[in-house]
Design a protein around this ligand. Structure first.
Ligand code: MG
Ligand code: MG
Length: 255
């Protein structure tokens, strides 16, 4: 069931989104060559704790997962696309890092992800991150009253394919509200003019995942969580929680 949020509920979701943005900023600040992924999780936990927020990631166990998720961020490095577990891995020069984080405040959820490099960036990684950013921006620009879901999907997919990137077909964005994953799904590729009409008060997590090798194939780690490109190429993932409003798309997970 697709839930439409009232304007007051959108304001409440903005507070959750602000906490996510602060947590991601703290992670970005802490990330450097030699830092362990676990330390990035601790940086995000501190922000959530100070804000009195809880994590929708911690203990989360979707049907595909063998174990509850053990952290408040996903940390996906280089060929990892999404769902990486932040463990003892130390960041190395030139690593491409994608961090996904959620927060719940007063029963409302925010969900956002950033991609960045540490140390000396490879030009190809910078281009991949920029393409992912453009795909997200295009998806957000299409998130307007009067459009349909397929317009968002088509906008994202067009940018991704123009950049010759692959995308893991089974994964994409989603409705969000009291729970992190609500209806409707937000595919990263689709046909314009098709699908659910976009209404004022619909809130979506829009999240392109681009794989530099161009193939859509991925593999899952033995940990049951981490998704990796099948060809070993690098991946980027950027996400915002966005409300569709009569005044245009309202990004709820900005600082
Ligand atoms: Mg997310
Ligand atoms: Mg999401």
């Amino acid at each position: 069931m697709v839930e439409i949020k009232s304007d007051g509920e959108l304001d409440a979701m903005r507070e959750a989104g602000r906490v996510v943005a602060r947590a991601l900023a703290a992670v970005r600040e802490a990330a450097a060559v030699g830092v362990r992924l676990r330390e990035l999780d601790e940086a995000a936990r501190a922000v959530l704790g100070e804000a009195g927020a809880t994590s929708p990631f911690l203990g989360y166990r979707p049907p595909f997962a063998p174990t509850p998720f053990p952290a408040v961020i996903c940390a996906s490095v280089n060929d990892a696309v999404v769902h990486g577990i932040p463990g003892d891995h130390r960041l190395a020069d030139g690593d491409l890092v994608s961090i996904d984080c959620g927060a719940q405040v007063d029963g409302w959820t925010g969900d956002s992800a950033i991609s960045f490099t540490v140390g000396t960036a490879r030009p190809a990684d910078t281009e991949l991150i920029e393409a992912t950013r453009r795909a997200l921006d295009a998806g957000i620009a299409a998130a307007t009253v009067g459009n349909r879901m397929g317009d968002i999907s088509h906008a994202i997919g067009t940018v991704a394919r123009a950049a010759r990137c692959g995308m893991p077909a089974e994964f994409g964005g989603h409705g969000i509200g009291r729970r992190m994953h609500e209806d409707p799904p937000v595919p990263n590729e689709g046909r314009p003019g098709r699908g659910l009409p976009l209404r004022h008060g619909l809130v979506l997590a829009i999240e392109p995942m681009l794989m530099a090798g161009g193939s859509d194939a991925y593999v899952t780690d033995p940990d049951g969580w981490t998704l990796r490109t099948a060809d070993g190429s690098r991946a980027a993932h950027i996400e915002h929680t966005v409300a569709i409003t009569e005044a245009g798309p309202r990004i709820l997970t900005l600082l």
